[in-house]
Design a protein around this ligand. Sequence first.
Ligand SMILES: NC(=O)C1=CN([C@@H]2O[C@H](COP(=O)(O)OP(=O)(O)OC[C@H]3O[C@@H](n4cnc5c(N)ncnc54)[C@H](OP(=O)(O)O)[C@@H]3O)[C@@H](O)[C@H]2O)C=CC1
Ligand SMILES: O=C(CO)COP(=O)(O)O
Length: 339
Amino acid sequence: MEKVTVIGAGSWGTAIAFILAENGHDCLLWARRSEQAEEIDKKHTNHAYLPGVSLPGNLRATSDLKAAVEHGDTLVIAVPTKAIRDICAEVNAMEIDAKLLVHVSKGIEPDSLKRISEMIDEELAPSKKKSIVVLSGPSHAEEVVLHHPTTVTAASTDLAAAEKVQDLFMNQYFRVYTNNDIVGVEIGAALKNVIALAAGISDGLGYGDNAKAALITRGLAEISRLGVKMGANPLTFSGLTGLGDLIVTCTSVHSRNWKAGNMLGQGNSLEEVISGMGMVIEGVRTAKAAHQLARRYEVSMPLTEALYAILFNDVDLKEAVDQLMTRMKKQEMEDLFGK
Ligand SMILES: NC(=O)C1=CN([C@@H]2O[C@H](COP(=O)(O)OP(=O)(O)OC[C@H]3O[C@@H](n4cnc5c(N)ncnc54)[C@H](OP(=O)(O)O)[C@@H]3O)[C@@H](O)[C@H]2O)C=CC1
Ligand SMILES: O=C(CO)COP(=O)(O)O
């Protein structure tokens, strides 16, 4: 039995804590609102994020961040990308032993263009952290808590640390692989949300399965093209955190990114969509970062650019589709790996 702390009690943080507690670990979940921590701790529910789900009786929760951080030898950070730096800065200010850091978030920071493990590394002093591992893959919280089979990847440059995380989480419904390509895993995880927004728009406009298949395959091509230029292993993009997560996010009714795109496709404004969701839509902010990354690495990312223009430059949805379809002729495999 290991002592593990999960920071962030949204849908994914709660599902992650659910797995750890069911695996018999001494798991403490941190929620920023005391009433939510109390609900999880006393009633074993989290009605706002996982309605109708009974959480394991051995799962405890607190809103005291210091107590939470002191509890775990392993810290799992499960907050939206925009909150990562603030949480890490708070942890860094504490007098604590070095912890194994795991993150499960999916995004890239606009402007700095940092991946999440890079932000954690920047914010935490060497004395506060052992290794950093990302746990990622096609994994909707709503299905994990129903014990539906789910497969993910623990990635780190420190393979022993990735294997430790594999051991913490593996069980009959949650299978964990390891990978040493943290760049490829984090890039695939972040950028699939941008393509999922586009897939939702396509469905919202009434387009069919041909368009969805096109978005998934050509989306994967442009994500791979960028990732390889950033130093990722091209094979990672055909794995769980590349193609796997792209499929699940572009096709599942559970996906907030797909849902957001679908609402945009049906004529809602971005403001209406964001305020109506009540949960993070990572792809919106990541679209800005992806647009900047495409420029920095001089990589052609037509789908990402079209989505960026829709979200931030008020380009009409159908006009964006027309522009994509009538671009100059190309060979399918042209420029796939950054040539
Ligand atoms: N949901 C899923 O199935 C999966 C999600 N992920 C990723 O996990 C990450 C977290 O997503 P998810 O749990 O779904 O998000 P949710 O929107 O469901 O929950 C967000 C959680 O983070 C808290 N939070 C928000 N802002 C801050 C802040 N500034 N400081 C501290 N806490 C904050 C919220 O608290 P409050 O309730 O008080 O607002 C809430 O507990 C995302 O990067 C997502 O892409 C990855 C795999 C699967
Ligand atoms: O990352 C996820 C599934 O793997 C969750 O996707 P959404 O954030 O779009 O719900």
